[in-house]
Design a protein around this ligand. Structure first.
Ligand SMILES: Cc1ncc(COP(=O)(O)O)c(C=O)c1O
Length: 437
């Protein structure tokens, strides 16, 4: 083996990935050397405006100064203690802070490393508290990729050939108004009643939890109709189940409120978090009322790295930063963006629907000359989304593509984004649609 040190470059990284990193997802394909605020830079000095935040994570902006400082200070003190064996200060303070900032009577948290772990831990807790086993989730949902969360995830594309081992999950219809075969664009709170029908027909009515995203992220930025989440909670409680609200993607200011649940005035029984929690350091959590949380007994759940002191210190700084104007910025820029995207919807036949809350906005691209699944709405156009995304990248803009049908352009920038940056991303999207559609 040669000792020659090959300097990093875009091509070198790509070939290292090809040779040695499992072939998972290289759709964006922008090798990143460094990032700051809303800008990422590759190894050739090219800069990109990032409107995807590393999949909705860097809510306080890449390398937010206060967060980086907090993490560095903590590195000087304590890097690891196993937070469940040796209590440490950042975890104690973060848990106390989450009790203050999460909705209603949510009071006690468990810390892990990622969203999927948060969801799985929440399911364990719901099972322990209720003594029931079954779980109801939604079709087209996304809750993670480890086996338990994958069982909840309502999308075969993520499961192909890796069928999960948990069989106690049943799926109900999501509030996907634009493509709802029954309501055709006009879903209401009553659509939640499908969950009740599913409990009555597909379960043995021994349900521990109903798990929903307050705004469905990977499914295509799907916002439920008014009253829907309240009705879901009612149904869950009528059947002795808990409501788990998965805020992994929608939480931490993304929707213009600290929690997406706040838009709907619903206090979840368990709230799951990750992504934006620590501005990019790996951390996840789930938070419950003291009554629910105390169903866990010593030894029921643990994570070696969960609640890492450095990530927890970063989370404390993240929360301070978010509350110091960043969530307000997400609300303000989000309102502007929403109007701007509604305008695209009205002008382009290829834009089927623009929807979202705050800085979690999606633009669903369609083929206006073909009919969509179940004869509802124009057909999803994943090819168009792919070419629009590629064109945007050529123009120096990193924008996510998602949705159950892979046809939704995702605006999920750092919440610190400024109007001019957002405007340039919308203008570039408009041009790309004009050229590619
Ligand atoms: C709503 C939701 N839950 C859970 C997850 C899984 O999070 P992670 O990738 O950190 O495991 C995601 C990731 O996209 C998500 O959007």
């Amino acid at each position: 083996m040669s000792n020659e040190v090959i300097p990093p470059s875009n091509d070198r990284l790509r070939s290292q990935y090809d040779e040695h990193v499992m072939p998972i997802w290289k759709e964006l394909d922008v090798p990143v050397k460094r990032a700051s605020g809303c800008t990422v830079e590759d190894f050739e000095g090219n800069e990109y405006l990032d409107v995807f935040s590393g999949i909705a994570v860097t809510n306080t902006g890449h390398r937010n100064e206060a967060v980086v400082e907090a993490a560095k200070d903590q590195l000087d003190d304590l890097v690891h203690s196993c937070s469940y064996v040796h209590p440490n200060r950042p975890v104690a303070e973060l848990a106390e802070r989450l009790a203050e900032i999460t909705p209603g009577d949510l009071r006690k948290s468990f810390f892990c490393n990622s969203g999927t772990e948060a969801v799985e831990g929440a399911i364990k807790l719901a099972r322990k508290y209720t003594g029931s086993t079954e779980v109801v989730a939604l079709e087209k949902s996304f809750h993670g990729r480890t086996l338990g969360s994958l069982a909840l995830t309502g999308n075969a594309a993520y499961k192909d050939g890796m069928a999960p081992t948990i069989n106690d999950v049943t799926h109900a219809e999501p509030p996907y108004s634009y493509r709802c075969p029954r309501c055709e664009g006009d879903c209401t709170a009553d659509c939640a009643d499908h969950i009740e029908r599913v409990i009555g027909t597909h379960t043995s009515d021994d349900v521990a939890a109903v798990v929903v995203e307050p705004v469905m992220g990977e499914g295509g930025i799907i916002v439920p109709p008014e009253g829907w989440l309240e009705r879901v909670k009612e149904i869950a409680h009528d059947h002795g189940a808990l409501l788990i609200v998965d805020e992994v993607q929608a939480g931490y200011g993304r929707t213009g409120e600290l929690w997406a649940s706040d838009h709907f005035d619903v206090v979840p029984d368990i709230l799951t978090q990750a992504k934006g929690i620590a501005s990019g350091l790996p951390l996840g959590a789930f938070t419950a009322s003291a009554e629910v949380a105390d169903a866990f007994e010593s030894g029921d759940h643990l994570s070696t790295f969960g609640g890492n002191p450095v990530a927890s210190a970063a989370a404390l700084a993240t929360i301070d930063e978010l509350r110091d104007g960043i969530v307000a910025n997400a609300r303000e820029q989000g309102a502007w963006l929403s109007d701007r995207l509604a305008d695209l919807e009205s002008r382009f036949d290829a834009v089927g629907e623009a929807r979202g809350l705050g800085l979690m906005q999606g633009v669903e691209l369609v083929d206006p000359d073909a009919t969509g699944p179940e004869g509802v709405a124009p057909a999803p156009d994943a090819d168009l989304a792919k070419s629009v995304s590629e064109r945007l990248r050529e123009e120096g803009i990193v924008m996510g593509v998602g949705g159950y049908y892979k046809n939704v352009m995702r605006f999920q920038p750092p919440l610190t984004i400024e109007r001019e940056q957002l405007e340039s991303a919308v203008e570039a999207l408009e041009t790309a649609i004009e050229v590619e559609a």
